[in-house]
Design a protein around this ligand. Structure first.
Ligand SMILES: [Zn+2]
Length: 205
């Protein structure tokens, strides 16, 4: 089985986390860095792997209750090129993906779709309704990306402008996940973009 990529840094230098009272062999293996001891407490959300490159634990059941997300906001673009905006109001009964493509760094306000700003002739606006089972499928695909284990920021400081992106997922109780980047991306970025393309049917990023 190929080693699983770390969702935070992309390294494949990852090891299994072993829970429970370790045997002597397990203790030896951990001393040699072949496994990591996770302690005696285990739950069904406990991570299963540890990344030796960046220290992130991952592979457990996602802690983030994505099924209950109240808002999903995604942006990728630049000051000069094409920008893509995605917004989903998770509180809406009939789920809908709002999407806008804008040129030249123009901003689209998808939270308020009737806002004048969205009626610029060069802005492409789209609304994609999701049936309940499509919504579940979408959330399940997001869960597979282990977004909770991504670093908060991916930044290539060698590039000054270029492509910026931001992903914000709002959850109940004002809990919020916020990930962003500048010319640098998390390891599962391509998979993420593929999912977005599939639902939106536009060439994003
Ligand atoms: Zn890592």
């Amino acid at each position: 089985m190929p080693k699983k990529k770390c969702p935070a840094c992309g390294s494949t230098d990852t090891v299994k986390i072993l829970y429970g009272e370790p045997t002597y062999e397990a203790y030896e293996e951990s001393e040699h860095g072949k496994i990591v001891l996770g302690g005696c407490l285990i739950s069904d959300i406990s991570p299963t792997r540890h990344c030796k490159a960046c220290g992130q634990d991952f592979g457990g059941k996602d802690l983030i209750p994505l099924y209950e997300l109240t808002a999903f906001e995604f942006y990728v673009g630049g000051y000069f090129g094409t920008s893509h905006f995605v917004y989903i109001d998770g509180k809406r009964k009939n789920k809908l993906i709002r999407y806008a493509k804008t040129p030249g760094g123009l901003y689209a306000d998808l939270k308020h779709p009737k806002n004048d700003i969205n009626f610029h002739p060069e802005i492409l606006l789209k609304e994609i309704p999701l049936l309940p089972d499509q919504w579940i499928a979408f959330i399940e695909e997001l869960i597979g990306l282990e977004i909770g284990c991504w670093r908060d920021e991916y930044c290539d400081i060698g590039v000054c402008d270029g492509t910026q992106w931001e992903l914000v997922i709002k959850l109940p109780n004002r809990y919020k996940i916020s990930k962003s980047g500048s010319n640098d991306y998390p390891p599962y970025w391509k998979r993420f973009i593929k999912i977005m393309k599939k639902y939106i049917n536009e060439d994003i990023g």
